[in-house]
Design a protein around this ligand. Structure first.
Ligand code: ATP
Ligand code: MG
Length: 298
């Protein structure tokens, strides 16, 4: 199973740049197979590497491949699969116009977060790479995506209780009518809810396990990105997700602010990426700049 590294942080702090530099460092310094994935709907890995990219994994160096996920396509695929399943489950319900519901549902809140979660799940299932690095969009969407397994688990637990009651009541009526009784095990909706529960519980566990998921918080030395980082730390803590690594991008080793940052995240390892003098773009530039990363707390 691949180790997952999620790069999170305020807009513009350098998540794409840091994850690209680290992906190259992993790929060059070790013989590990590395995949760098963009989960940001506004992708820019193709600009950073000066190459055309899509969802298909593209090899850019012997050990490094890149991929930019199409979140719209992911939600369309998800809707299509659910539509098919519901049509099967509710084939007897002519009154329920499922197509009409789906035309509205695609604009429902949470679709983008759910599509991002599907990408994350795909990364956890990745069999061909040792390290999978994920470049994320700015904080809000990423935090919602990381919260989704816990939130969904909560909902599914309630739905399971409701379904148990429904099946029980259906059985009371069937008993009176002397019809066949259905056990919970035979109920397709109950079965689906149990599968959902298992899936979200697994995702939640994977995100909370630091041996599987490394959360890398990227920030700059300015006050705004620092205070947003403290907020990220708090929110992740409420999900029992710990931050493994702090990356001070465009930082200077001896600055007072770096020391304050280091003290605010005592459990995390610390890395520093200096401010580049020229744009850090293209495989060659990225490769040589990846050697500038300083690790000063492992
Ligand atoms: N260490 C650095 N030295 C010089 N320039 C940098 C450095 N890191 C990032 N930049 C520049 O800062 C800008 C923002 O960087 P980047 O796109 O990596 O940030 P981001 O956090 O991914 O942004 P977004 O939230 O929009 O996805 C880019 O122009 C990038 O080239
Ligand atoms: Mg970015």
């Amino acid at each position: 199973m691949a180790q997952i590294h999620i790069y999170i942080g305020k807009g513009g702090v350098g998540k794409s740049t840091s994850s690209s530099l680290e992906a190259l460092r992993f790929a060059n310094d070790t013989d590990k197979k590395v995949l760098l994935v963009s989960m940001d709907p506004a992708h820019n890995l193709h600009d950073l590497f000066n190459t055309k990219l899509g969802e298909k994994q593209t090899k850019v160096s012997p050990n490094l491949s890149l991929s930019e996920f199409d979140l719209d396509k992911k939600s369309r695929e998800y809707m299509a699969s659910i539509q098919k399943e519901l049509k099967g489950l509710y084939h007897y319900q002519q009154a329920l116009n499922i197509d009409k519901y789906f035309n509205i549902l695609k604009f429902a809140p949470g679709m983008e977060e759910y599509a991002s979660l599907l990408v994350l799940e795909q990364c956890f299932d990745e069999k061909h790479y040792d390290e999978v690095l994920i470049d994320t969009p700015p904080t809000a969407l990423t935090l919602k995506t990381l919260a989704l397994p816990s939130v969904n688990l909560h909902w599914v637990d309630h739905l399971i209780e409701m379904r148990e009651e429904i099946v029980q009541k259906k059985n009371c009526i069937a008993n009176i009518r002397k019809e066949n009784l259905n056990t919970l095990g035979e109920d397709p909706i109950f079965g689906r809810l149990l599968r959902m529960k298992k899936r979200y519980a697994k995702l939640k566990e994977q995100l909370q396990d630091k041996k599987i998921t490394e959360i890398c918080l990227v920030l700059n030395e300015d006050e705004l990105s620092f205070s947003e980082s403290l907020m990220i730390q708090e929110q992740l803590k409420s999900l029992s997700i710990g931050i493994s690594k702090i990356i001070v991008n465009k930082g200077s080793v001896a600055s007072q602010q770096t020391e304050i940052i280091a003290n605010s995240f005592p459990q995390a390892s610390l890395e520093l990426i200096p401010l580049g003098e020229k744009p850090i773009q293209g495989l060659e530039n990225l490769h040589s700049f990846s050697k500038e990363i300083t690790m000063f707390r492992q």
